[in-house]
Design a protein around this ligand. Sequence first.
Ligand code: PHE
Length: 342
Amino acid sequence: MIEEIEQLQEEAVAAIQGAADPVALEEFRVRFTGRRSQLRTIMSGIGDLSEQERPAVGQAAGRARKAIDAALHQRTRTLEEAGRESSRIDVSLPGRRPMSGVLHPLTRVAEELVTILEGMGFTVADGPEVDDEYHNFDALNTPADHPSRDLHDTFYLKDGRLLRTQTSTVQIRVMESGPPPVRIISPGRVYRRDTVDATHHMVFHQIEGLYVDKGVSMGDLKATLTAVGRRVMGESTRIRLRPHFFPFTEPSVEYDFSCGLCSGADSDPGGPTCRLCKGTGWIEIGGAGMVDPAVFEAVGYDPEVYTGFAFGLGFDRISMIRHGIDDIRLFLENDLRFTRQF
Ligand code: PHE
């Protein structure tokens, strides 16, 4: 009997010391010390033993119980210790940097232009990308047979509305909403049915500018565009106005910034093969002009009292120059390998 107890003790202590985790340990505790364990059965049978056997068996059982309890206690502590150990933070490991988003290269340039123009007193106005013929064409003095209205140039919706082809729609919406003076800018997307290639897209971006007050002149327009050009493209940037036609401005111009890479066709190093300006020395930026009196009439402003200038500034090109992007399609593909570079 005593031998049996000693053997049981040995077996229990060995099992407990080898328990791999708290769950296994609890299992052993129940198996070796629980109500239905062998040891308990032996202990409750001691009373039935003869007077001679009883003390020795009782002592053996007591020793076994003590040894098993001690082993349980010990193993519990060891496992607890190990648990703390493994969850401790290793401060010598390099930290994990949270992934932070970046601004799209178009957004960055747009924000920069907005900041520059806000500094000159313009405030940002907004308008819808899905608009109607009235705001995109009629109110902008565009004749009914103007080619830009053509299905080949404009995306029309089934209900007759359209995707705006220019941010000039916002000029009308702002002037409709209140009297002069007006000094707004409006960055946004525009859509045209263009054949997509490395430098053309059916979706591109403009900032519209509109300044209406008493005595606004073409000189103010040129000064404003020059200041913007110098801020975004560098202090030595020059500006060139070329006569042009827009239905909603008179006179109208297209304007260019001097090429920052070769600084002009005549003074290399980019030279006649300059990849930015193709040797012309100039980079086309947008259209502008003095607001046509017919537009003032459409929105109820008195053209005898007020004058104004408007400009559209395409900034896809500026972002491409700024960031060395050689394909306009990259802007809209949402390829993270591209956008993560900025
Ligand atoms: N909306 C014209 C375009 O998209 C640009 C422009 C804006 C011209 C304002 C004159 C005045 O080409």
